[in-house]
Design a protein around this ligand. Structure first.
Ligand SMILES: C[S@@+](CC[C@H](N)C(=O)[O-])C[C@H]1O[C@@H](n2cnc3c(N)ncnc32)[C@H](O)[C@@H]1O
Length: 274
């Protein structure tokens, strides 16, 4: 086999990759994901001139800097996201949660857990600037975390192409984004008033969490879908600990907590309160 073709993936190799991913990220690469693993690793194997996944795994293990493990995580996590994705959650926040926070006054804290390239926390920050009264807004912060360093770099940059920002709608595009001067293609940067509300940080959801609560809202959407039930249950109970009483947990609309043991009250699809 030449290194230019796609390395085959034996059952043993697939198991080794999925065991490693499970151990380091909680991502559960179940049977049927072999094609995905093979295609996502192919380019990396070619770049390193390695001709088997086993050789690549040895390379990951030998790399004491753990940079290659980071690369592997970047390659095997799914980072699909968009501005104002699952709009029902933003409507729920505007209708139910933000008016309460305005009445309460003081600082409000939000966490976008599994924020990918930043579209989710910046959508939230845009909504906050639109809906919160100045004193509450000035004291409010969003923590945006993810495991993948590749997407976090994009979140930190807060620059998006024209197609991506379209999802925010014309009015928000004008209000919350500035065109990037000198870019080869049309690009837009989130304005500082919104950008400044978001702190981007790396955090592994299955590892230790350095921050303390309480949060008023935790968004963990389209992340738990990649975890098994044990990891999901542990995670939502850790979210419970960090939420303020009455705080909201928003999960992806294809994710349900119904088969997990927890104390949250159901509000509407994919929306729970403590
Ligand atoms: C599909 S994206 C979801 C992005 C956004 N929440 C949304 O709904 O549009 C899933 C994200 O979860 C992140 N992720 C996967 N495992 C993680 C872990 N153990 N800790 C933190 N983030 C993780 C991935 O890197 C990816 O960016």
């Amino acid at each position: 086999m030449t290194t230019a073709t796609r390395a085959s993936l034996s059952t043993h190799e697939f198991r080794a990759v999925s065991d490693l991913m499970y151990q380091v990220s909680g991502v559960n690469l179940t049977a049927g994901k072999e094609g995905l693993v093979q295609s996502r690793l192919a380019t990396r194997l070619r770049a390193l001139q390695l001709n088997s996944v086993s050789a690549y795994l040895e390379h990951v293990e030998r790399d004491r800097s753990r940079a290659e493990l980071t690369m592997l995580i970047d390659l095997l996590t799914t980072n699909k996201t968009s501005f104002f994705r699952e709009i029902e959650h933003f409507e729920y926040l505007r209708r139910e949660v933000l008016p309460q926070l305005n009445r309460r006054g003081g600082a409000a804290r939000f966490w976008s857990a599994g924020c990918s390239s930043g579209e989710e926390p910046y959508s939230l920050a845009m909504l906050l600037t639109e809906e919160l009264r100045p004193p509450t807004l000035a004291a409010s912060r969003i923590l945006a975390t993810d495991l993948s360093t590749r997407v976090l770099a994009r979140a930190e940059l807060a620059e998006y192409d024209a197609t991506t920002v379209e999802a925010a709608g014309r009015a928000r595009l004008q209000r919350h984004f500035a065109p990037v001067a000198g870019a080869a293609t049309r690009r837009f940067r989130v304005r500082d008033a919104v950008r400044g509300m978001v702190r981007v940080a790396q955090l592994n959801l299955i590892g230790p969490w350095p921050m303390k609560g309480p949060f008023d809202v935790i968004m963990c959407r389209n992340v738990m879908i990649y975890f098994d039930a044990v990891t999901q249950e542990r995670l939502i109970n850790r979210f419970w600990e960090l939420l303020a009483p009455g705080g909201s947990l928003l999960v992806g609309h294809s994710e349900s907590l119904s088969s997990l043991s927890h104390n949250f009250s159901y509000v509407q699809p994919a929306t729970y309160v403590k």
